[in-house]
Design a protein around this ligand. Sequence first.
Ligand code: GLN
Length: 547
Amino acid sequence: MARYVFITGGVVSSLGKGLASAALGALLQARGYTVRLRKLDPYLNVDPGTMSPFEHGEVFVTDDGAETDLDLGHYERFTGVSARKTDSVSSGRIYSNVLEKERRGEYLGKTIQVIPHVTNEIKDFINIGDNEVDFMLCEIGGTVGDIEGLPFFEAIRQFAQDKPRGQCIFMHLTLLPYLAASGELKTKPTQHSVKELRSIGLQPDVLVCRSEHPIPDKERAKIALFCNVRPEAVIPAYDLKSIYEAPLAYHRVGLDQAVLDAFGIAPAPKPDMTRWEDVMDRLDNAEGEVRVAIVGKYVQLEDAYKSIAEALTHGGMANRVRVKAEWIDAEIFEREDPAPHLERFNAILVPGGFGERGTEGKIRAAQYAREKGIPYLGICLGMQMAVIEAARNLAGVTDAGSEEFDHEAGQKRFTPVVYHLKEWVQGNHRVERKVSDDKGGTMRLGAYSASLKDGSKVAEVYGATEIEERHRHRYEVDVKYREPLESCGLVFSGMSPDGRLPEIVEHKGHPWFIGVQFHPELKSKPFAPHPLFAGFVKAALEQSRLV
Ligand code: GLN
């Protein structure tokens, strides 16, 4: 049976609960334990798949094809444990399950209520895989006191009650605001937040207090006293220069020790922190810098491309160089020549995206990279744009485009070099889709394998010819353009195992120009940088030495 750590937040949102959870996962692993992390989100969307990246940040896709919260990306990057469908749930999903059961008559005519029906559904979810790991870390999204969060808080209270004593603990994150006028850290909001928790039957065992200033022992003792927590279990969390410092920083202030103490595990196994020391060594002792332009649409909110930003950092760590990524709005290149904007960069990345806006600019960015010999990494839509660029400018399909944009505009304007995929093979199954299907969960989602061409750049980058990567898209490069494009130098160097779906393209003779239909950024870790990002940054470094 797993031990459970429930992680909640109070006072304000965006305190770094996801990061604290991920770092705790890494610290428990460093002590030899197995872990799994879960996110329970109170919002009513069934999943984040249909939420705007502007509003909610990136959608993180799991191997088994779930569209989940971006916190699952942190969990994977810190623990290396691949997330699953059953590691992310929202109120929307819980209620929709309950209502489906009700329609099927599974409750045998009972009146359906939040307690026990909704809370039972939540508890069943938390308990999935109970015998698989030593520790299950469950983060509750939002802030204590939110109306949507109540069923989750009630469910974890019951859950801890259902399990044997000592099997579950509660960790709560709060903020200690600093009042410059009086030069004081204020503990009152933390006291109120814990009071709110206790009023619904939850007593935190560990308090993590975010603070921009050192927390004096006196304040720590006061928090302990007023919040009914042991002083050693009041853990300060200061701002860090890199998120990857979190495991070492939390270890220094005793987070993992406090958690093990709360479970009564003594003596605690000794931690092996070498993985994180190496990660920090690579970050701290990087030499030089490469500049990467990310030409995209959702440039206002950096979280919209969270995993790409992280994977670039990992690529830098692999090469012991700093990566300075700058976000450029693709639409600029629809009005202006890309050259003056792009010439100060050592590499260009065009990320994934949806809809036509900005795509002509991305096509021009791909053209610039191809013509100038600048390293280019096209991800998903970024690959599709590179193919359209080659079709238009090399293969003479001057009106090449994607059906996605015609569907959006409601009129046919392009030759569909990229088309809407309606059926494909996943493992041993055939999957079918219609244009009119719901927007949620109807894409080609999750892990699919690809076979790489022997001797291609990408096979060299991976050091393998069979790979598996995560997908999230509706449209696909039409394989019938393979021959005309290959005769112009755009090699289809990765294909689905049945040879029908182009997965990777690369320009022959170009120093480093690769487009991939999948999202390699989702699998990159600081201690295991993804080969495509390591290779891309290496190419950028070589480019920087040329100028
Ligand atoms: N909009 C494109 C598609 O659906 C690309 C999606 C993406 O970049 N993730 O195929």
